[in-house]
Design a protein around this ligand. Structure first.
Ligand code: URA
Length: 225
């Protein structure tokens, strides 16, 4: 039978990915962050530089959940410090949400990447699997329980699946005020899904994609009034 991962048995077997044994009970955000640095709940920690835990206002009314750290976030240890973060902050401002009053985190706390021969040493982002998303969910649940925001914004498909369940589809559900999956980390809190800010950077029509992001974020802003 598969053993669950634990701090005593740091390498989890492939069929028992979960961060749960690493999440200390009754911890505040600082203690959670410290414990997350040692997480071995799935194999992603092996290749990543470090755990990238959430950051921002611990009393935030708005929590933004991304997919996973990117290359720059992995190096710097903070979420959304790269190009997607710049787009996100600008869009938040425009939607009437002060980025300094938010808390930002990711569904998955380690950078997952691959190398492709034609791109040399460049680390290419790989989307996390459902198993990795659910393994990491105890960290997101613990962050959300402590911050207790009024609204959660799911940035892209991975965050949407983490908060709303595996059948979530960003194209169909973006810009709606939904209820977080009771079985998941949001425990019934309102969730507004939208596109990931990096999708704006990849879009053929960046202006239209950006306007769509701002419009979805306005739905989140409206829940605060
Ligand atoms: N993309 C994400 O989803 N999260 C980050 O922290 C950076 C880029």
């Amino acid at each position: 039978m598969a053993r669950a991962a634990s701090p005593e048995s740091p390498e989890s077997p492939e069929d028992a990915y979960t961060a749960a044994p690493f999440v200390p009970e009754g911890a505040d955000l600082a203690a959670l962050r410290q414990a997350a640095a040692e997480c071995r709940g799935c194999p992603l920690h092996r290749e990543a530089t470090q755990t990238v835990f959430g950051a921002g206002d611990a009393d935030a009314r708005v929590v933004l959940v991304g997919e996973q750290p990117g290359d720059q976030e992995d190096r710097q240890g903070k979420p959304f410090v790269g190009p997607a973060g710049k787009v996100l902050n600008r869009a938040l401002d425009e939607a009437g949400i002060d980025p300094d009053e938010t808390y930002t985190t990711n569904a998955v706390k380690h950078f997952k990447f691959t190398y492709v021969p034609e791109r040399g040493k460049r680390r290419i982002h790989k989307p996390p699997s459902l198993r990795e998303i659910s393994a990491c969910a105890p960290w997101l649940a613990a962050e959300l329980a402590l911050i207790d925001p009024e609204v959660i914004v799911a940035l892209g498909a991975t965050a949407g699946k983490a908060l709303l369940g595996p059948s979530f589809r960003v194209t169909k559900q973006r810009g709606m005020r939904l209820e977080g999956d009771e079985a998941g980390p949001a425990r019934g809190e309102p969730v507004v899904p939208t596109i990931h800010p990096s999708a704006v950077l990849r879009a053929d029509d960046q202006e239209a994609a950006y306007a769509g992001l701002v419009s979805d974020l306005r739905v989140a802003a409206e829940t605060l009034r």
